[in-house]
Structures are given as structure tokens and as C-alpha cells.
Design a binder for this molecule. Structure first.
Ligand SMILES: *Cc1c(COP(=O)(O)O)cnc(C)c1O
Length: 390
């Protein structure tokens, strides 16, 4: 059981928390409040640690205009997965040269849409997709996404579905050249909320093999490595800080590529936004299932279908803070809908104060990313999760 009370100061500085809390006190639950100054600081911290990297923010993490505008003004580029995300970003005045189409699963007509808008950099991991790109986006830069291991150390793995084996990646880059495209680089994603920094070492090692073999055997000089996202947010399970990630990853790059390494792209999502957000919910009901039951069920007005989808398989364990203090008791935490899958934590037992009562607020920390847009539109009639930017 997480029998440790969550302490605010482990997650937010006092001034920021007070500001967010004061705002939250004026609103009806459930909602997410996001402190944009924190995103601003996170971006500076990332570029400070990786001064040579080009940042392509993974728009899916939180596509709010407030976030996109801020990051655009700070010079970020954007990793985009659909024509809808593209429209959002372009409508803010971002130039298409700062956008990449990073989704390996796409319709031909959507590739053409990106191309017509001016996007010239595309990810792929299959021959069919590559041939579509050659037709719909001739001459564009191509990077091939490879499979990586390390899914069991990532809390939200992105393996299997995306990427291809190294041999196929080489075939695709050669085919890209033969189809008149520009074989530009290699990408990977070691899995989101990746706690094992060494998974970048293994992935960069695979990339090095591709760079060398294509150069020696086919005369193709690749120019870019896309290290993906995967940098951690602050949840219950501890992680190293970003500076440690950066030191290690830079060392891996230099070991494999020397000091004169290729262009490096990063695609952060979670690590830029999560700790800027607090999701605020209210306790709807508290019950025991039997007179002698040792734990209570806490039902709250937010759930799997209203933003907390990453609690699937209890993957992401958000720190939950309440203003009540005192003795803790093991609880099961569930959402408000009439679907029995709408249980956030049952196996991993959270400890919440015994005096937590119906009507009390629960503060879900580090919920700025992968919450707002993951909310259903009206399951059981509940409206989508609201989000506010302060
Ligand atoms: C989701 C995604 C990211 C962002 O990953 P985080 O772990 O949130 O940093 C980056 N690149 C691609 C291709 C993605 O799909």
C-alpha cells in the first residue's frame, strides 16, 4: 500500500500550488488546472540539458492552444499525428517546416494533406506506408522508426504497435532513396514514462548499426536521430531527474557517434506538461462492501472515461492528495460511471485518510498530460473533462 501521505512540496513549489489551489477553489469539479509557467520552465530545463537538440513537442500529450502557443513562441517544433492536430498547430501560425508527421499509421489522402500544407518530414515503419509517402509527398525527408525493447520498464509502453526490425529499417531507407525520397534518419520511442535510462543506450546502439551499414554498403548518409519521448513525469514511483537522463543519453550518443554526432530530435510530451497540471475531483460516495470489510471504496466524480485512462492496468499511479490528514486506510478508488471497468486502483492499494468524507476534494497530481483529450464525450451523460490554463 502507498501508506505515505502525499506531500505537496514533493510535487509543486508552494507559490505555484497556492496559485493553482486558489483558482481551483472557484471552480466546480471535475477539471484539470494547468500552470503554464511550469510548462515554460520545463521547456527551458529540457533545452538547457539538451542544448543541441531540436524539440518536436508531441502534440497528443496536451493539444490546448495555450500550450501550443507557448511552446511555439519558445521555438519548439511539433510532432503531429493527424490532420486535426496539424490544423490546430498551423492555425496558430506555426510554419509547416516546424512540423513532422510522426504517426506511422496514416491514410494516403492525409499524407497528401500534410504535403499540400507544406510538411516535408514523415515517419514510417512499413513498405506500404513508405510507397504512399513517395506518391503523396514526393521528395520528402523520411525517418524510419525501429522497434525497441524496454517495454517492461516503461509505465506506458509504446512498443510492438510501432516500429520495425533493424533489417527492415535498412531496406526501407534504401527503398526511400530508390523512390526519390530523402532517407534522412532513424527514430525510436523507448516507451512513455521510461524509468530505465539504459533503454536509450540499447536503442542508440541499434541506430548506430543502421547508420554504419547504410553508409558502407549503400552509400547512404543518414543525418538525424530522433530519440522520441519517454522522459518521466513525477508520479508515485520515483524516477531520476531530467539532468541525469540527459547526462547519460548524451554519453550514449557520444560513445556511439563521437563528438560530431548527427542532428538530434527529441519528442517530449509527458515530461513537459504533466507536472504543470492538477486534476481536481470530489468524493461522490464512500462505502464498504461488507460489515467486516477492511477497505473502503472511494467513488469520485472523475474516472477512466473522463481523463484517467492511463490508470488502465493501474499503469500510471498518480499521487493523490487530500486536505484531510491523520490515519490512513487502504482504499479502492473508482469513477462515477455505470461501467465496472471504471475502477482506477484496486490491486495497488492507495492509503487515504480514514476521515476522508463525501464531498471532500481529491487532488490528482501530475495530470497535465494525457488526461484532457482522453475524456469521453458523454458516457452516462457526463460531459468531457474541463481544463483551465492559469
Ligand atoms: C506519444 C509520443 C511521444 C511523446 O512521448 P512521451 O513519453 O509523452 O514523452 C513522442 N513521439 C511519438 C512518436 C509519440 O507517439
Amino acid at each position: 500500500m502507498s501508506n505515505q501521505s502525499i506531500k505537496v512540496e514533493d510535487y509543486y513549489d508552494q507559490a505555484t500550488f497556492s496559485r493553482m489551489k486558489a483558482f481551483a477553489d472557484t471552480k466546480e469539479t471535475p477539471f484539470v488546472v494547468i500552470d503554464t509557467a511550469t510548462v515554460d520552465r520545463n521547456y527551458d530545463e529540457l533545452t538547457g540539458n539538451f542544448p543541441f537538440a531540436n524539440i518536436y513537442y508531441a502534440v497528443k500529450a496536451n493539444p490546448a492552444p495555450e500550450i501550443l502557443k507557448l511552446l511555439s513562441d519558445k521555438g519548439s517544433s511539433f510532432d503531429i499525428a493527424s490532420i486535426y492536430e496539424l490544423n490546430k498547430v498551423l492555425n496558430l501560425g506555426v510554419s509547416p517546416e516546424r512540423c513532422s508527421y510522426g504517426n506511422t499509421i496514416k491514410k494516403s489522402k492525409d499524407i497528401r494533406y500534410f504535403y499540400d500544407k507544406g510538411v516535408r518530414m514523415f515517419a514510417t515503419d512499413s513498405e506500404a506506408d513508405l510507397r504512399n509517402i513517395a506518391k503523396a509527398a514526393p521528395g520528402s525527408k523520411i525517418y524510419v522508426r525501429i522497434l525497441t525493447e524496454g517495454s517492461y520498464t516503461a509505465d506506458w509502453p509504446l512498443s510492438r504497435k510501432f516500429g520495425c526490425q533493424n533489417d527492415m529499417a535498412m531496406d526501407l531507407l534504401i527503398l526511400a532513396r530508390d523512390l526519390g525520397l530523402n532517407p534522412y534518419g532513424v527514430s525510436f520511442h523507448v516507451g512513455s514514462q521510461q524509468r530505465d535510462i539504459d533503454s536509450w543506450d540499447a536503442a542508440i546502439g541499434k541506430v548506430k548499426v543502421i547508420f554504419e551499414r547504410l553508409q558502407e554498403e549503400d552509400g547512404i548518409t543518414l543525418k538525424m536521430i530522433n530519440l522520441g519521448g519517454g522522459f518521466p513525469a513525477n508520479y508515485i514511483t520515483k524516477t531520476n531527474d531530467l539532468a541525469t537522463y540527459a547526462q547519460e543519453i548524451i554519453r550514449f550518443i557520444q560513445e556511439d557517434f563521437g563528438d560530431d554526432f548527427p542532428e538530434i530530435i527529441l519528442e517530449p510530451g509527458r515530461s513537459l506538461i504533466s507536472n504543470a497540471g492538477i486534476l481536481v475531483s470530489e468524493v461522490v460516495l464512500i462505502s464498504r462492501k461488507a460489515r467486516t470489510s477492511l477497505h473502503r471504496w472511494i467513488y469520485t466524480d472523475v474516472g477512466k472515461f473522463s481523463g484517467l485512462i492511463e490508470t488502465l492496468d493501474e499503469s500510471i499511479k498518480y499521487p493523490i492528495y487530500t486536505e484531510k490528514t491523520g490515519e490512513l486506510e487502504e482504499v479502492v478508488i473508482a469513477g462515477p460511471t455505470c461501467d465496472s471497468a471504471d475502477i482506477m486502483y484496486e490491486n495497488y492499494k492507495y492509503g487515504l485518510p480514514l476521515n476522508l468524507a463525501i464531498g471532500d476534494r481529491m487532488y490528482w497530481f501530475s495530470t497535465g498530460a494525457y488526461t484532457t483529450t482522453y475524456s469521453a464525450i458523454e458516457f452516462n451523460g457526463f460531459p468531457p473533462l474541463k481544463d483551465y490554463y492559469v
